[in-house]
Structure formats: C-alpha cells, structure tokens
Design a protein around this ligand. Structure first.
Ligand SMILES: CC(C)(COP(=O)(O)OP(=O)(O)OC[C@H]1O[C@@H](n2cnc3c(N)ncnc32)[C@H](O)[C@@H]1OP(=O)(O)O)[C@@H](O)C(=O)NCCC(=O)NCCS
Length: 211
C-alpha cells in the first residue's frame, strides 16, 4: 500500500507518494478523500456494495452524515475499490460504512483502509474506537482488535448490529492544542508534510489592503 497517515514531525515537503506493488498483491493506495472526484469514488463503492448488493435504500445509505465525516478511499490501480468513513465524538471516533467492491474482495484492501482509519484516529489523539458491526461480521472485526461490548443488539436498514469497541494507544506525538499552528492547518492525514498554507506564509501579510 502506498499511502499512510503521516505524523507531524517537521518534514520538508515531499511529492505525493506513488502507489507501489507489494509482492503477490495488486497496486493499492489509500488516501483521505480531498475533493469531489475522491468523494464520488468513495460513494460509488458504497452505492455498489450497500445499495446494489445489500439493497439498502438510498436515503438510509447516504444518511446525512457524509459531510461530517472523514472519507477514506482505497484504490487498486485506477479503480475505486474500498472505502470507510470516520465520524468524531468527544471521547471516541466511529469508523463506519466499510465497503469493498465485490471484485476486489480478499485483496487485503479492507485491512488497508481499516488500518489507515485507525492510524488517522491515533494521530488525532483518540484512545477509543466505537462501531456498529453487522452481526455476521463480528469475527471479521475481532481480527482488527474490536470486541463486542456485550450490550443488546439492534436493527437498522434490515441488518442486525452489535456494538463493538477497540482501545487505542494515541500516538506519542498526537496532535494537540499545543501543536504548531502551521501543522494543524496541513491537509488532514498529511501532518508530516509541509502544506500549501505554509508555502503561502512566504508571502507577506498584505491583507486587508487599503489601510
Ligand atoms: C466486509 C468486507 C469489507 C470485507 O472485505 P474483504 O475484502 O472480503 O475482506 P478480507 O478478504 O480481508 O476478509 C477477511 C476475512 O473476513 C471474512 N469475511 C469477509 N466478509 C465476510 C462476510 N460477509 N461474512 C463472514 N466473513 C466474512 C473473509 O472470509 C476473510 O476470512 P478468511 O481470511 O478466513 O477467508 C466486504 O466483504 C464487504 O464490503 N462486505 C459488504 C459490506 C459490509 O457488509 N460492510 C461491513 C459493514 S459492518
């Protein structure tokens, strides 16, 4: 996998990393969706998997929470293959809407997008992840360190769900209020690389003009 969440050591700007092949694995890349093209790619994966395969109604799949979340996109070659989104609450983050297009299952990209999401949350300082697992996928989530919370199951969109959680070790250099402000303005998940706003700081503060 080419992409990873980068910590915020004060590294110089680097070009976007190129996807690279791992032995016996297709070329994959995982990234935060940053523009409409990325978002469309994440959403077509969701539409194919949840609306088409699982027959979820549109309004339940695209539930009004997509613009409060970080959308993560997994690519195999040029094809959008996998996605997961993360929503944030005061004491925990909530990964959800994990989907891998049927033709890209068992490639390992499910693990890649989950691990990317986990690292993003660690970098943000979260110590707890909370999720709703489709009942049949609880063993799958256990592989990623999630454990059932032992509370009553519940149903929505025609699936039975189990609450799961995972404790995290926040990264020692997790982002905090004492962070360098120019690190906090870097693009989400790319806190280890100089961003465009740092380049903008080379210009003098000339606005507002006229006084
Ligand atoms: C769940 C999902 C993302 C897993 O992707 P994947 O590429 O199949 O994942 P992996 O190949 O890494 O699977 C890991 C293991 O979980 C198992 N697994 C995957 N999907 C499963 C399912 N629906 N039921 C039971 N086990 C499943 C696989 O068999 C595999 O086990 P194995 O290694 O012993 O063969 C994919 O099946 C998917 O998109 N499903 C539909 C969407 C969905 O239900 N999302 C989850 C909402 S909680």
């Amino acid at each position: 996998m080419s992409s990873s969440v980068t910590g915020h050591t004060d590294a110089p700007a680097t070009p976007a990393s190129e996807p690279h092949a791992l032995p016996n694995r297709p070329v994959t890349a995982v990234k935060v969706a940053r523009n409409m093209e990325d978002l469309m790619q994440a959403f077509v994966v969701r539409a194919a998997v949840f609306m088409s395969e699982q027959r979820c109604p549109y309004a339940e799949e695209f539930d009004g929470n997509d613009f409060t979340a970080t959308q993560i996109l997994g690519l195999i070659g040029d094809e959008p293959a996998a996605t997961i989104r993360v929503r944030y609450f005061a004491g925990f983050a909530k990964p959800e809407r994990l989907a891998v297009r049927r033709e890209f299952r068992k490639t390992g990209i499910a693990a890649d997008v989950i691990e990317f999401a986990v690292e993003l949350c660690r970098q943000k300082g979260y110590a707890k992840l909370y999720g709703h697992a489709q009942e049949r996928l609880v063993p799958f989530w256990k592989r990623f360190g999630f454990a059932p919370m032992g509370r009553p199951d519940f149903v929505f969109s025609d699936h039975r769900y189990i609450e799961i959680q995972r404790d995290l070790d926040p990264l020692p250099d997790a982002l905090s209020i004492t962070e360098d402000p120019m690190v906090l303005v870097r693009p989400e998940g790319q806190w280890g690389e100089h961003g465009i706003l740092e380049r903008s700081a080379e210009r003098r503060a000339t606005n507002p003009t006229g006084n």
